[in-house]
Design a protein around this ligand. Sequence first.
Ligand code: B12
Ligand code: SF4
Ligand code: SF4
Length: 275
Amino acid sequence: MSIDASSIKAALYEEGIDLVGIAGADSLMVASPPRPATALMPTARSVIVMAVAHSLGAVYAPDIRLWTRNKMQTSRLLDQAAEKVARWLEREGFLSLPISADKPAEIHKLDPCTGKKLPHTRAVGHLSLKHAAVSAGLGQIGRSNLLLTPQYGPHQRLGAIVTEAPLEADPYREWDLCMEGCSRCIMACSVKALSHSGYDVDSCFDYWSLGFERKRPSSISEWPAFVGMLLRHVKRRDFFTEVGQIYITDVDFCIECMKACPVGESWEKIRPKGI
Ligand code: B12
Ligand code: SF4
Ligand code: SF4
């Protein structure tokens, strides 16, 4: 089979991928902090971006641990498809790098650009999959700070392949998917990480990773409330056992912004009423 954009897309759809877009490695929208594809592979020509829809039933499940399992499986599907197609590209003579849908990510205490201490530990992907998807014309970043596609709204997981293969890029498209006047994701975020002026990654990080509704204190006056919160959590939670489960099954504590979003035309018939 010849290597071109349509044969790559056909192979990925065959593997169970729902959406595929291609962006030129040079014209990739750069996120902040910048992590360009050419820093991962100086000879990169194309970035193949893939999305797999979550099961909507898992998104709306009452216990986030049910969604966690679905997240693991969608990541696995993306990683497996990326691995297979990257190997095929390499057999054809194009160096190729599958980018995982999941961890590990870079974790920083010091700002990698300035070397200064960050107010809070921060994580960043080796390549920003949301920005790559926008560059490949798949969708836009919504008020929720998540990638929205017309088909699945924010309810999808992303993966990618960076490759030397010179594939025809999909055109960048302007989308208008965020519903006018909508602030459901903002209202759904119990730690106020989302607002009309942006996204507070540190509040999200602590709630998403540990279920902590308060950020680590940045001043002495914040300590009493923070310690009070810790004591309440210690009373009802077995952290030792929980950490074991988090390591084994990669539990997240929050997807409320994703859950609240009504965008995604593929879901119209099955989305429960009132969402
Ligand atoms: C690290 C990470 C997180 C971190 C940090 C969040 C973040 N936005 O950066 C935490 C753990 C908090 C997180 C939370 C969530 N994430 Co997340 N996350 C990632 C990951 C691995 C890298 C993100 C990244 O680097 N983005 C690039 C930067 C530029 O994006 P950014 O959001 O604009 O910028 C942030 C960072 O730069 C950071 N930051 C700011 N200043 C600085 C300074 C320094 C020095 C550093 C290092 C970082 C940093 O904060 C910025 C604010 O958003 C990606 C996978 C990937 N490789 O892309 C998934 C990903 C973005 N996450 C995803 C999801 C679903 C979630 C959650 C719903 C949690 C969950 N249960 O899965 C929430 C949603 C939060 C939200 N509303 O944005 C999906 C999004 C799918 C979609 N439809 O868009 C992705 C793409 C994973 C995937 N394979 O599909 N995530
Ligand atoms: S994942 Fe949870 S804490 Fe983070 S922005 Fe979304 S709703 Fe807020
Ligand atoms: S919930 Fe509403 S405001 Fe938030 S991303 Fe979805 S459409 Fe946009």
